[in-house]
Design a protein around this ligand. Structure first.
Ligand SMILES: [Zn+2]
Ligand SMILES: [Zn+2]
Length: 292
């Protein structure tokens, strides 16, 4: 079994919901037979990620994330980074420092999660985002590999090499049209398509992207379930898929698409149609079963 739980479902600037990061869990038997999953993977970990995990560990079924009154970051075994915006990476410094200083048990043995992304994201992640706060250590300068085992996904002729979870589930990343400096795809950002190699079923997770259904049509149509970012208000120069644009997708695709990364006005009456037209707004702290 593979499950997905949003730590938050809000946009970068949302204040009523936390950042749109998700916890993926793989299970041999699934809850409640198991009190904790066999493997864990975060899809991004933004600035509100630590607060989100702090809240989630108090919820039924997520007690394994707690060590006493604090978050047991050792339980987060892997982290996939879609792109470098702070609502997707802003929690990594806390996670790392907690692993190194608070949760290492004093024996010098530090738990290092695996960090996964494309090479260009990983290089920039350290050099232009994390290094300022995470490089200085007492008596030395640290590197990304002092905190993480690094898995850089190789670019191939057909895209990027996939990574696996529990051998059965395959994660294939694809570029998204999020921020254009001069042209499409020139600032790296990714979404992910997750498939169950035993059944052939798949789930689409957009990451941050402008509306680009032409590029995603095949994946979203084939998927049993889609998660797509959205921006509720129209905008002449959007960097996310506008809700008005997502409404133009075919009905059968909309019906299986959950919207996430939304602003604070989601529950205004003008958005009531989302529950009928789409699978709905994604709920925070709800464990979605991706594959049984
Ligand atoms: Zn974002
Ligand atoms: Zn973004």
């Amino acid at each position: 079994m593979l499950t997905l739980t949003f730590l938050g479902v809000g946009s970068a600037f949302a204040k009523r919901n936390l950042h749109a990061n998700a916890l993926i869990e793989s299970w041999q038997n699934g809850p409640p037979a198991q009190s904790e999953p066999d493997d864990t993977l975060l899809l991004d970990f933004g600035g509100t990620g630590p607060l989100a995990l702090h809240q989630l560990k108090a919820k039924p079924g997520f007690e394994y994330l707690a060590r006493g009154s604090i978050v047991d970051y050792n339980r987060i075994r892997r982290i996939f980074i879609t792109h470098q915006h702070a609502d997707h990476i802003g929690g990594l410094e806390e996670l790392s420092f907690m692993n190194v200083f608070a949760l290492s048990g004093g024996g010098g043995k530090v738990f290092k999660p695996q960090i996964i992304s494309s090479m260009n994201i990983l290089v920039n992640l350290w050099d232009t985002s994390l290094k300022g706060g995470m490089s200085p250590m007492p008596g030395r300068y640290a590197l990304l590999q002092d905190y993480f085992f690094i898995l850089a996904l190789r670019s191939t002729a057909g895209g990027y090499e996939p990574f696996q979870m529990a051998k059965q589930y395959e994660f294939e990343i694809f570029p998204t049209d999020h921020i254009r400096i001069e042209r499409k795809y020139d600032w790296p950002s990714y979404g992910v398509c997750i498939s169950d190699t035993q059944t052939g079923e798949s789930v689409f997770f957009s990451g941050d992207t402008r509306f680009d259904f032409d590029s995603y049509r095949e994946r979203m149509t084939a998927a049993k379930m889609n998660f797509h970012d959205t921006q509720l208000d129209d905008d002449p120069a959007p960097v996310h898929a506008l809700l008005s644009e997502l409404r133009t997708m075919p009905d059968d695709v909309k019906k299986k698409t959950y919207l996430y990364h939304y602003g604070d006005t989601w529950d205004q009456p003008e958005n009531d149609f989302v529950a009928d037209e789409f699978a709905g707004f994604a709920k925070p702290h709800h464990r979605y079963v991706l594959f049984e």
